[in-house]
Structure formats: C-alpha cells, structure tokens
Design a protein around this ligand. Structure first.
Ligand SMILES: [Zn+2]
Length: 360
C-alpha cells in the first residue's frame, strides 16, 4: 500500500503504518486539547495508541491462525479505520475460513477478559456510553473498546470477520460465489446504515468506515466471481489470437506504425525463433517516442518490458490471472507445447470474455 511505511517485522509479518494514521492522532489530540487541556490531549493520544495495539493484536490473531494452515501474511497495515492483514490467500475450506476469521475477535475477547478478571477493571454503564471522555478510567475504556471491536467485527457483513463466518456458513448450502454475493450485499446495506448514522451524528470517521465497507464488499464479491470464472475457463478460450508482434530489434518507427495500424495496446516482442522475450506497451512506446525525439530509427529493445509471465496453452485462466497479479504485468503470453508464442491475455480481454459469457 502506498503512503505507508514499515516499522519492523514481527512474528513473520511486516508491520506497516499508513500516513493518515498520524492525522487521526493529531485530530484526537487537538479535539481533547481544545475541550479539556494538554493533559487530556496526551491521555487521549495514549488511548488511541493502546487501542491500535489491540487492533494489531487482533490482526496477528488472523495471521497466526492462517499460518497454521500454511498461509503466510506478508504484511499488516494500520489505517485510521482499523488494521488490515494481507493474507497470501484466503482458506477456502469453510472450517478453516471460520477459524481464521474468529481468531482476530478472539484476541480482543481475551484482552477484555484479562482486564476484567485478572486486573479487576470495573465497567459500568457510564463507561459504555462515554468511551471518548478522558475522565473515565483509562483501563475501563480499553476494556470497553475491545468489546466494541468484537461486536463491530462480528457484524455478519463483508468485509468484517463476521461476514467471512457468514459466507463460510452459507457456502455449506450454496456455491461460494453466491454465498459471497449474499454476504457482500449485506455489507453494502450495512455501509448505508453506517453512512446515514455518520451523517446524522456528524461523525466523519463513521462516514469513512461506511465508504470503506461499501467498496471492500463490492471488491470481494467481484474478486470471488472472477476467481471462480478463471477456474472454470481455459486460457485457450480467453486468449487473443489475432495480433501483431514486433521483432526484438524493430525500430521505434516500426512500433509506432504498428500502433496506428492495429487496435492493440500491447505488442508481444519476439526473437528470431518466434519466442516471446517481452511486451512493448503503448505507454512505454509513448514515453520512448518522447525521449527519442528525432532518433526514431533506434531499436525498441531498451523499452521492452521483459518481466512478462507466460502460461502453457492448456492452463486454466486462473493461472494467467494469478501470474499477472503476481508480476503486476499488463499481459501474460500463452505458449504452445513447443514454446512458441501463440496468444496472449490482458485484463481487458478477460473483462470482455466475462461480459460475453454473461458472467459480469
Ligand atoms: Zn479481523
């Protein structure tokens, strides 16, 4: 995630903080400073830091449970609206998905119980309703906030943990794609409710959370639909087979002519034996033409993106999609059994295929 920086690697996951997190600290501090004074400002900033330590512990709950199923979590990012553990992939067995989803809130239940049972922190109705009041006991507020984290995360809607449990339970009776759609729709309905509450109570954080939930729920739904489509479709059905290639030593002039003559935005670049060596994108070509003004007889060679993945002809489309995502590549080449380039797949033509097959 851009605008975030690393503060170290703990328990196998890199912990990152998003720059906007400091805006939250500043805001919380400023509000308390104006309302009560400098001590309250420090107490409230301290409170937010402890709160986010609980959020981080929650995310590590997910990460450590996922590791038990052989799934790594490369990084955990702290945002003003919560934490985000980026798991390498999600477990698809319902039981495992439920275990990973529950491991986060379970950590907050544990923190709450330790505070109440071991440290004898007492909580009354006042603490529950005046969570942001700096005069309330610090530890009581920490305990209550952990309770809120559990309740909020267990809402049965995407992208909350409760949404994952909900989807996993639904997927026992219905296909995973359908189960995801139901949980995502629940998430979007809930986002509207939060949005309205945020507008009526003039709570910018709540509005921000609503927008985040709405977008994340939609993204999860289309990701799972696309993943399912990729599994049941061969790369053979999705690939572009009518296209022009460029020779490795073609000139910028020749590439420019090919760009005009065709509707292609990516040109596979091949060597003399017909093997793909990379791709020349329209964007790279534009940049090259600008740089090499007046020297357009020069070869395209330095402008070719050589880190382009390839898949065999009989691969599922999912393999092509994963390869593109992993290398952040605009395209993936499709190779014949003898290793020659016979087609390629782009994000755009996967989108087209989903539309024409009635899946988008
Ligand atoms: Zn969680």
């Amino acid at each position: 995630m851009t605008w975030s920086f690393s503060i170290g690697t703990f328990l196998g996951s890199e912990l990152r903080v998003h720059a906007t997190f400091f805006l939250l600290l500043l805001w919380v501090g400023a509000v308390a400073y104006v309302a009560v004074g400098p001590v309250a400002a420090l107490v409230n900033i301290g409170f937010i830091l402890v709160l986010f330590a609980c959020v981080v512990a929650h995310e590590y709950g997910h990460a450590l449970m996922a590791r038990r199923y052989g799934i790594a979590t490369p990084d955990i990012t702290l945002l003003p609206i919560g934490g985000m553990a980026r798991l390498e992939r999600m477990p698809e067995k319902p039981g495992q998905e439920i275990a990973v989803a529950l491991a986060g809130p379970a950590v907050n239940v544990l923190i709450f119980l330790i505070l109440v049972v071991v440290f004898r922190v007492d909580i009354d109705v006042d603490t529950l309703t005046q969570i942001e009041d700096p005069r309330e006991g610090f530890m009581a507020r920490v305990a209550v906030v952990n309770l809120f984290l559990v309740l909020f995360n267990m809402l049965p809607a995407f992208p909350m943990d409760g949404g994952r449990v909900f989807r996993a339970v639904l997927s026992i009776w219905m296909p995973r794609v359908r189960a995801t759609q139901v949980a995502a729709t629940a998430g979007q309905v809930m986002a509207f409710v939060f949005g309205f509450l945020g507008l009526f109570t003039v709570n910018p954080l709540l509005i921000l959370i609503a927008v985040f939930i709405f977008i994340a729920a939609g993204a999860e739904s289309s990701f799972v639909a696309m993943q399912d489509f990729g599994r049941h479709t061969g790369v053979r059905e999705a690939m572009i087979t009518r296209f022009e290639t460029l020779q490795e030593d073609a000139s910028l002039n020749e590439a420019a002519a090919a760009l005009i003559r065709t509707t292609q935005h990516e040109f596979p670049v091949i060597d003399h034996r017909g093997r793909m060596v990379g791709i020349l994108t329209r964007r790279a070509l534009y940049a090259a033409l600008g740089e090499e003004e007046g020297r357009r007889m020069r070869p395209i060679t330095p402008h070719v993106d050589r880190d382009v993945p390839t898949v065999p002809l009989n691969a599922p489309l999912e393999a092509a999609m994963e390869a593109m995502a992993k290398k952040q590549s605009p395209a993936v080449g499709v190779l014949s059994p003898s290793g020659g380039l016979i087609g390629y797949v782009t994000h755009e033509n996967i989108g087209e295929l989903m539309v024409v097959s009635g899946r988008a």
